[in-house]
Design a protein around this ligand. Structure first.
Ligand SMILES: Nc1ncnc2c1ncn2[C@@H]1O[C@H](COP(=O)(O)OP(=O)(O)OP(=O)(O)O)[C@@H](O)[C@H]1O
Length: 241
């Protein structure tokens, strides 16, 4: 029986057929503003608030204060308390970029997580993470080692990935060798704002709903409307394919 880690995000667990496969690594891709960071924050926050699971949040782009402010502004008001008492551990850009040699920083971090009992991890973002490697081979080797250690430590991980075009491959084809799951967040402009959608393109070992579903971001975070496939709601001009 496959164990699942619930995101606690309304609608998303249903289209995942229960949740994310435990100990897996899932890529969350989308263009800027699509909601990748909010999904990551919500996954970690819900872990503590709803499921008594501790989380690690890695950010190469923001400092601890920015992360806290983003979490509080979306309505995760106990974020700072959870960080304070260690249920959420934040490694921000200042910590991650402290060492001259970036992989030494990550090795320190990996040592750190092996001592503790964390179940969830978010890495925001893989796009930045990759910039630290000089060539493709070095990057692949390190990423494989990194995800292997996460798996051995029983961490269920989301990695955000910035993407210009919506469908379907990343420029570097990461999903082909690195991740167990692929979630795409899509936003399309409308006259009054944006329409948002989520597409779970892949989840290894799991029978998922592969339709594209509408989602909303509002105070309290992301909600996915799993009863309405987006294709019936999108106009032809708006279709991302
Ligand atoms: N309280 C809120 N209510 C409604 N929408 C919000 C709220 N807070 C943020 N948003 C929306 O969420 C979007 C930002 O999401 P997020 O920062 O997760 O995007 P992202 O995909 O991580 O972008 P980037 O790659 O630039 O970091 C904003 O564009 C904003 O429209």
């Amino acid at each position: 029986m496959i164990e699942l880690t619930k995101t606690g995000i309304d609608g998303l667990d249903q289209i995942l057929n229960g949740g994310i496969v435990k100990n897996s690594t899932t890529l969350v891709s989308g263009n800027p503003g699509a909601g990748k960071s909010i999904l990551g924050l919500q996954y970690i926050y819900n872990g503590v608030e709803m499921f008594d699971e501790k989380g690690i949040y890695l950010s190469f782009e923001e400092n601890e204060k920015d992360i806290r402010e983003a979490a509080e502004s979306i309505g995760f008001e106990n974020w700072a308390d959870h960080v304070e008492n260690g249920d959420i551990k934040v490694f921000d850009k200042q910590v991650l970029l402290r060492e001259n040699d970036f992989t030494s920083s990550l090795d320190l971090l990996l040592d750190d997580i092996q001592d503790d009992d964390y179940q969830r991890m978010v890495l925001d973002s893989l796009t930045m993470f990759q910039l630290f490697f000089e060539n493709e081979q070095e990057k692949r080797t390190y990423l494989l080692k990194f995800t292997d250690i996460l798996r051995k430590n029983e961490l269920t991980t989301l990695m955000t990935n910035e993407q210009g075009a919506v469908f379907p491959d990343t420029d570097i084809g990461l999903e082909n060798y690195l991740t167990d799951g692929n979630i795409y967040l899509i936003q399309t402009p409308t006259e009054s704002g944006v329409n948002r959608y989520v597409w779970v393109a892949k989840m290894r070992k799991q029978n998922i709903e592969t339709d594209i579903f509408p989602m909303e971001i509002e105070h309290g975070g992301i909600t996915v409307h799993q009863n309405a496939s987006a294709f019936s709601m999108m106009s032809e001009d708006e279709s991302p394919i």
